[in-house]
Design a protein around this ligand. Structure first.
Ligand code: U5P
Length: 225
């Protein structure tokens, strides 16, 4: 299989870099890459949002703040590259075609953000579409898709299986400002719909065994294309 992993920045770097988690996923990704083609997109998460919030003091320019976010995603990507060692391409990949080329070299391409105006979820969805991936795995700090925001509503129910049209509806309720934090960004949901990409949305706990996740063994949400 060809698999794209979308690892949330807040999962990788909650406040400080989560060394044990980064080690664990580097191990899992290396193991998976023995039998599958793997590409990874890393987010900026909480750290990016802190920088974007600070920058708001100085500028109302959303695009400028997006660029700050992109830099943070690339710093996080460098951390994962360091953890993967020889298995990863040693530069943060900034272009989908380059990611394809890196896969042909039998290395794992690691991307962060690309352009202002969206999050790394959208990058991952587009990458999955471009690479014609069999599977997109989104690792977030919520353990799946809920019928309402579980951080605000204690009665929110996790959805084991949804259609991509449902995902689009849920994502559209989120907001699309620099540093926005819906479960996936609306644009990403649209790309998943357009690319008809089979997608699993899972939490950090499941991500410790990505090897099981790719086989469908997880407690997150399956998005049917
Ligand atoms: N960002 C972009 N374009 C990208 C990726 C990220 O502008 O391709 C910016 C957004 O402001 C985003 C922030 O909210 O970086 C952090 O990325 P993420 O963790 O939300 O994906």
């Amino acid at each position: 299989m060809r698999i794209v992993f979308d690892i949330g920045g807040s999962v990788l770097v909650p406040d400080d870099p989560d060394i044990d988690f980064i080690k664990a996923i580097a191990y899992e990704l290396t193991k998976i890459s023995e039998d599958h083609e793997v590409a990874v997109v890393v987010g900026g998460g909480k750290v990016a949002r802190k920088y974007i919030k600070a920058a708001k003091t100085f500028t109302p320019n959303e695009t400028f703040k997006d660029y700050i976010g992109i830099h943070i995603t690339r710093a996080n990507a460098m951390l994962l590259i360091a953890a993967l060692g020889e298995k990863a391409y040693p530069f943060v990949v900034q272009d989908f075609r380059k990611a394809w080329e890196v896969i042909q070299l039998k290395k794992i391409p690691i991307m962060g953000g690309t352009h202002p105006g969206h999050t790394t979820d959208a990058v991952a969805a587009l990458l999955a579409e471009y690479l014609q991936a069999d599977l997109l795995i989104v690792v977030t700090n919520v353990d799946g898709v809920y019928d309402s925001d579980p951080r605000k509503n204690p009665n929110a129910k996790k959805l084991d299986r949804i259609t991509v049209d449902q995902l689009v509806d849920i994502a559209m309720e989120g907001e699309s400002k620099a540093g926005g934090s819906g479960v996936v960004d609306a644009l990403a949901a649209k790309f998943i719909q357009r690319g008809k990409i089979r997608t699993y949305i899972v939490g950090k706990k499941d991500a410790y065994s990505l090897f099981d996740v790719i086989k469908g063994k997880h407690s997150g949400t399956v998005v049917e294309p």
